[in-house]
Ligand binder design. Structure first.
Ligand SMILES: NC(=O)c1ccc[n+]([C@@H]2O[C@H](COP(=O)([O-])OP(=O)(O)OC[C@H]3O[C@@H](n4cnc5c(N)ncnc54)[C@H](OP(=O)(O)O)[C@@H]3O)[C@@H](O)[C@H]2O)c1
Length: 288
């Protein structure tokens, strides 16, 4: 008789990372998406109690930085209170938790942030993500995974993040502004999902882990690597400072993590260009 699979449950299952996780096979586990609104503690509790997971990957969040700044109560309700609801339900289920966090809990003056560095978030989104981290760390089976993502939703672009916006703009031959003073070491949604898979399969016991590409590039440099894959593009590209977004939101400049600990555990990380190769092999990038 075959052995019964254990359960990995994913919040934010329709988002970029959540939907990628649902497409990632984890040995010995069946992955299921959670659908409750995480602001509704009772609904979250019943859903997690019913599916009896061994692990929960908590990806659900309000992720639009400008929107979080304009609607701080909404950001707090989801990213802080919603996260606490998830953690209470996870605790009751005695399950393991991986809380997906971001490099931008750090102020971004220098970059190369290590796991033991102390976060100092500079805007509403990042402050709420840090509060979520603290709630996750207060749970004895909670883990914080900090990262930076590049990706296109597996079902196709929603125009919601840097790469989705960039590729949509290129396909429409729109003029493009790229920031040359914001530096990142992102991984693709597919690589992040594969690292989470390894964390679960290897039963990782790290309390905080930083993951990212092996090199660090400006958003403008990444933009140029993407543009090189679209020789038919006819728009105009200009480089700008991140300061040119005049919406009153402070954004960290050096959003890159030291990944030595994770490399020792899971092997060396790819470069940004290799991460783009991974992304461009996936179906949403192919022309219809
Ligand atoms: N994308 C990045 O660059 C990046 C970088 C570092 C860290 N992260 C973190 O990684 C995680 C996943 O990011 P992502 O890029 O996959 O974000 P995403 O595509 O915006 O997905 C987030 C998901 O959370 C859902 N959600 C929002 N409010 C909810 C609520 N009240 N109850 C239940 N679900 C709710 C969203 O649903 P709706 O769309 O219906 O609102 C969406 O499906 C987030 O925690 C984010 O903070 C992202």
């Amino acid at each position: 008789m075959s052995e019964k699979l254990q359960i990995v449950a994913v919040s934010g299952a329709h988002g970029l990372l959540g939907s990628t996780l649902l497409r990632t096979q984890i040995t010995g586990f069946s992955t299921t998406g959670l659908s409750a609104d995480i602001r509704d503690s009772r609904a979250v509790f019943s859903e997690i109690e019913a599916c009896k997971p061994q692990w929960i990957i908590h990806t659900a969040a309000k992720t639009d930085v400008g929107n979080c700044e304009r609607n701080p109560e909404q950001a707090h309700a989801v990213n802080v209170e919603g996260t606490k609801n998830v953690i209470e339900a996870v605790r009751a289920a005695n399950a393991r938790l991986i809380y997906i966090s971001t490099v931008s809990v750090f102020p971004g003056h220098e970059g190369n942030y290590k796991e033991e560095d102390v976060p100092e978030p500079v805007n509403t989104y990042n402050k709420t993500k840090r509060e979520g981290e603290l709630a996750a760390l207060s749970y004895e089976k909670g883990v914080v995974l900090r990262l930076n993502l590049v990706g296109v939703h597996p079902d196709g672009s929603r125009g919601k993040n840097f790469l989705e916006w960039l590729i949509d703009s290129i396909r429409l031959n729109k003029d493009i502004s790229l920031f040359n003073d914001q530096f990142v070491n992102p991984l693709s949604n597919w690589t992040v999902a594969s690292i989470i898979k390894m964390m679960i399969e290897k039963d990782s016991s790290e309390k905080i882990l930083h993951i990212g590409s092996s090199d660090t590039l400006s958003k403008a440099a990444i933009g140029k690597l993407v543009l090189a894959r679209f020789p038919e593009y006819r728009g105009i590209v200009v480089e700008k400072s991140i300061e040119s977004i005049a919406d009153g939101v402070t954004r960290p400049r050096h959003m890159w993590l030291n990944v030595e600990r994770a490399s020792a555990l899971f092997g060396p990380f790819s470069t940004v260009e290799q991460e783009l190769d991974t992304l461009f092999q996936k179906s949403p990038f192919k022309e219809e």
